[in-house]
Write a protein that binds this ligand. Structure first.
Ligand SMILES: N[C@@H](Cc1ccccc1)C(=O)O
Length: 406
């Protein structure tokens, strides 16, 4: 009887996997084909697999540590307790940076997409106006509270997955396999472009703000949380593999420098696909899909940023105080996006850099401290983190070659 009640109370592993997949698959994926074009398909697959492994491992380690604490203990509590105030402050700063910069990236990326769609409906609107309108809509939902966010999120994630399946079914029939598998021409090499892609893969697999929530959701049931993490990230990996196969398989490698020149954002990628696909229905579906993908992670990330700011500044959960929190959450990224509209790709790279600290290095250190020993998993993660930071630094200082020259 007790067992029955217990098992009835445990939500299905699928719901947890959906939450993870909803956060993972977001705007980050739109940078992948663009930044991976130089290294091309083979390298892209390998880097994606490595990043999936690294990010899953760090998530699992973090979950194990958080299970040794009472339910409800957040990232900050764990870090402060195991690593001290300095690391906790660094952790808080990196979370704020990742979430803030992602909010900027989502507004910058979706502004032009919405501007295009609304204009096509016959309402002429500027990109800045589209950004304000979209941000306002998301801000109202986040301001209203968690119920609204989770309902809209579930709807968007389901729509996203449904559209992806239909879309990929169509796109895969159009894939140009020889182009995907083609090696470099004489005198050209792909591998020098590979390292710079790592921080983008890392950002695309980021979901670590959701782990403590998942631990409470499953009441600390380790087996179910593990299954949800593995299933959610595997589902995301599968979606990314499909995504890269269908984008790189429909756009020749030479088409990418032009996309980079147009800003490398979602609108530029969609425009190139529209031009190459020749199947209008597929192009339209792709554009609808991109709306849902961005909205789902926009909601997830800004709801996280909202809670983080309210918690740090001690703002109450009352309508007026929530309005203050919402202004702090949405206004700075919105203004930054209106002033510097072309920073989408760079912003995801920055998010990858700061997420290395928050989602890779700190979980590894927490596990080290909590198990009182440095396991192989911890070493692997520290190497993975160091590689990401190195890759970002080398790209930033222009040591790595850039395909198409940004
Ligand atoms: N994975 C998300 C970005 C993200 C990074 C880190 C934490 C949460 C979300 C995306 O692709 O859009």
């Amino acid at each position: 009887m007790t067992e029955m009640t217990l098992s009835r109370r445990q939500p299905s592993v699928w719901w947890g996997a959906m939450i993870i997949c909803g956060t993972v698959v977001g705007a980050g994926m739109f940078t992948l084909p663009v930044v991976m074009a130089g290294a091309w398909f083979g390298w892209a697959m390998m880097l994606l697999l490595i990043s999936w492994g690294g990010m899953l491992l760090s998530g699992l380690l973090f979950m194990r540590v958080s299970l040794t604490y009472p339910p409800g203990a957040g990232y900050d509590t764990l870090t402060k307790d195991l690593l001290g105030r300095g690391w906790a402050a660094l952790n808080g700063l990196s979370i704020l940076f990742v979430l803030g910069i992602l909010t900027y990236a989502y507004i910058s990326a979706s502004g032009p997409v919405y501007q295009h769609s609304i204009s096509q409906l016959g309402l002429p609107i500027s990109t800045a106006e589209a950004k304000v309108l979209l941000t306002l809509c998301v801000a109202v939902v986040v301001w209203l509270g968690t119920t609204g966010v989770s309902r809209l999120m579930t709807f968007c994630v389901l729509a996203k997955i449904l559209l992806l399946i239909v879309l990929f079914g169509g796109l895969l029939t159009q894939v140009n396999v020889p182009s995907l598998m083609s090696g470099p021409a004489a005198g050209e090499r792909y591998w020098p472009y590979a390292l710079g892609v790592l921080p983008f893969c890392l950002a695309s697999f980021g979901y670590h703000g959701n782990i403590t929530g998942l631990v409470s959701y499953y009441g600390g049931n380790k087996q179910n949380i593990t299954r949800a993490l593995v299933l959610g990230t595997l589902l995301s990996l599968a979606l990314y593999l499909f995504w890269l196969t269908s984008t790189m398989g429909n756009l020749p490698r030479d088409a990418f420098p032009e996309i980079v020149k147009q800003g490398g954002d979602i609108a530029a990628l969609m425009a190139a696909l529209r031009a190459h696909l020749h199947v209008n229905a597929l192009a339209l579906m792709m554009s609808i899909f991109s709306h849902f993908a961005v909205i789902a992670s926009f909601l997830g990330v800004t709801a996280g940023l909202f809670d983080f700011i309210a918690d740090r500044l001690g703002f109450a959960n009352l309508p007026v105080a929530r309005l203050k929190t919402a202004s702090l959450t949405f206004l700075p990224p919105l203004l930054a996006s209106i002033w510097w509209p072309n920073g989408f790709v760079a912003a995801i790279g920055f998010a990858g850099l700061f997420a290395t600290l928050w989602a890779v290095i700190i979980p590894a250190l927490l596990a080290w401290k909590s198990q009182q020993r440095c396991s192989l998993a911890v070493v692997l993660l520290l190497v993975f983190g160091a590689m990401n930071i190195l890759a970002w630094l080398l790209s930033w200082f222009g040591v790595l070659p850039e395909f198409g020259g940004r």
